[in-house]
Design a binder for this molecule. Structure first.
Ligand code: AMP
Ligand code: MG
Length: 422
């Protein structure tokens, strides 16, 4: 048997960040920027009003007070997007909308709230300070300024900034395209009728969602029965669009476990017994002319998911050039006793509660051996127990040399983030 660490380093060997290329902004969301971006324009790119109000010359309204308002003729309206260059003469004002260009000659904007809101004549009750309510050209971003540096993770606000400077594409490390295939003649599509002996395809959904969660573009190809020719053809068809292939099922020792045979015909794939529970049978290799990495995960749903967390997620993160590769691990006090086989690493589904005086962020910064809270194993060892798995927010990791844990002992816990839930 191979250790978890050896298998992990084997699957990571030879996997590197995908080649960068220009992507549409929204496709670049969640990716790492692979260039420094300098602003081709100033932001704002023209002086504009920060308020709905009246563009004024300071000298005309300097004396305005609540008791003695100043009355000025309104020469017109300046809406946002107004393309006409305008000039505001002395003793005049223009109604101006938020974001509209400030006319030459005006040196402040009086908010509509300080006026009677007049249309042809306006009464102004308060004097603005110089430049008040004017957003000046370049006061946000200056032309030529580096606004984002290589290696920045592009979240919504970075994507928005790129759009604001007029850029619609950007060079990023692309998201890996992950193809997820479920194998097994007993499997049926959720949403359809099930008959005796059949099972809904859970893994296809778990693994596709998990791959998306890890930052990949994941395609759920669906179910392929235990038929070698069909399996081979369907996998070959998928290679064209895949940076990574994940199959589940068909890697045990059963008579119809054909994944080994088929992947063996498509490339160099080795099947190992890894010293872990759940998830012992693991296949990994490269297939097709482009040597696309492939994971052949076990079929039991818990095994498939834990294998994904332990081996596949770090590979996806490496393809994305994202650090850290691994889920955060914290120390917590185990509330219940646990046992584990000697020589294997146990991943026990668990519910982790952070101590009331800390949240996850502080907990992750805490010293590695300080318990951050308590952790309770959820459900049993069975690799088919999906109900329990869905209640777990973490995995207790029992090292190879640990065979028993007593209630109150500190244990290592892998925190499974839930990005789609608070
Ligand atoms: P296998 O690895 O193909 O021998 O499958 C092991 C167990 O996992 C069997 O009970 C299968 O029915 C079950 N299984 C395999 N694939 C899936 C799947 N996609 N969804 C749910 N259960 C599965
Ligand atoms: Mg099967």
């Amino acid at each position: 048997m191979r250790s978890v660490d050896d298998h992990l380093s084997a699957v990571l060997t030879g996997v590197g960040p995908l080649m960068s290329f220009d992507q549409q902004l929204l496709d670049a969301h969640g990716c790492l920027l692979d260039e420094d971006v300098t602003a081709p324009v100033d932001l704002p790119s023209f002086d504009n009003s920060a308020m709905d109000g009246y563009a004024v010359r300071l000298a005309d309204v300097a004396e305005a007070t609540e008791l003695l308002p100043v009355s000025l003729p309104v020469v017109g309206d300046i809406p946002a997007g107004d393309p006409t260059p305008r000039m505001l003469g002395p003793g005049m004002t223009a109604r101006i909308m938020t974001g509209a260009p400030v006319p030459a000659g005006a040196d402040a904007v009086v908010p509509v709230e300080w006026t009677d809101g007049g249309i042809s004549q306006v009464s102004i009750r308060q004097a603005p300070t110089p430049g008040q309510h004017i957003r000046r050209l370049g006061d946000d971003v200056k032309v030529g300024e580096t606004i984002l540096t290589k290696g920045t993770w592009l979240g919504p606000t970075q994507i928005g900034l790129l759009a604001a400077i007029g850029q619609d594409r950007v060079s990023v490390r692309p998201r890996p395209r992950v193809v997820v295939i479920s194998t097994g003649s007993e499997l049926v599509e959720p949403g359809s009728q099930i008959t005796a002996g059949q099972v809904f395809d859970a893994n296809g959904y778990t693994l596709t969602a998990a791959a998306r969660d890890a930052g990949a573009i994941a395609y759920r190809v669906g179910i392929i029965g235990d038929d070698a020719a069909e399996l081979k053809e369907r996998i070959e068809d998928q290679l064209i669009r895949a940076d990574l292939v994940i199959t589940s099922g068909g890697v045990s020792k059963g008579a119809y476990d054909l994944v080994k045979q088929v992947l063996g015909e498509l490339g160099e794939v080795s099947f190992d017994e890894v010293a872990m529970q759940p998830g012992k049978p693991q296949g990994y290799g490269q297939i097709g002319p482009d040597k696309i990495p492939v994971f052949a995960l076990p079929g039991n749903p818990v095994s498939a998911y834990v294998s994904f967390e332990v081996f596949v997620r770090p590979v996806i993160r490496r393809m994305l050039a994202l650090e850290p590769l691994y889920r955060p691990t914290v120390t917590a006090t185990c509330t219940d006793p646990l046992t584990s086989g000697a020589g294997i690493r146990q991943y026990a589904r668990a519910s982790l509660s952070f101590a009331s005086n800390g949240d996850r962020a502080t907990a992750e910064k805490a010293s590695a051996d300080e318990p951050v809270g308590t952790v309770t194993p959820v459900g049993g060892h069975g690799s088919h127990l999906m109900g329990d798995l869905a209640q777990a927010n973490s995995l207790i990791v029992l090292p190879e040399w640990t065979t028993t844990v007593a209630a109150g002992d500190p244990v290592q816990v892998m925190v499974l983030e839930r990005r789609t839930r608070p």
